[in-house]
Unconditional design. Structure first.
Length: 148
């Protein structure tokens, strides 16, 4: 049985193997297990990464946005009963486009639609946005492996 939404850090860490400082999903607000998900990432103003990227114009790196989207998609996939207990490894990003910068204090909406899913391979169309404005889109691919 699924916990009531929204899901916070405790539920997210019960699904994903990631831990601080590399959990890039703050909460899950909607999910259709194995099919789609909507989550959010609160971008802290004091995130250490901004000391170097860039000190005078802090911007969340695109690779972190892609990782946040992959983590959200993985949560949706790993809720399918036959895939619980697996780890999703990002193996490809196709057609990535970055349209808006993400800055400290933003809340990024993370959406993923699972296009293909098998016991071994997952393909998801993903989109990140802030206040309804699209930041990034891509098609991501993941390979699933048992945790052991």
């Amino acid at each position: 049985m699924l916990a009531p939404l929204p899901w916070g850090r405790e539920v997210i860490e019960g699904i994903l193997p990631h831990r601080d400082p590399f959990v890039w999903v703050s909460r899950i607000v909607a999910i259709e297990p194995g099919a789609s998900i909507e989550g959010e990432l609160d971008v802290p103003t004091d995130l250490d990464i901004f000391r170097g990227h860039f000190p005078d114009h802090p911007v969340l790196p695109g690779v972190i946005i892609m990782e946040a989207l992959a983590q959200a998609a993985s949560i949706a996939v790993l809720q399918s009963p036959e895939l619980r207990g697996c780890i999703g490894f990002l193996t490809g990003i196709d057609g990535a486009k970055f349209r808006r910068q993400v800055v400290p204090g933003d809340t990024v909406t993370l959406k993923a639609t699972i296009v293909k899913s098998s016991r071994r391979l997952v393909v998801a169309d993903v989109e990140a946005s802030v206040d309804g404005e699209v930041c990034a889109t891509a098609t991501q691919k993941y390979v699933l492996a048992p945790k052991e």
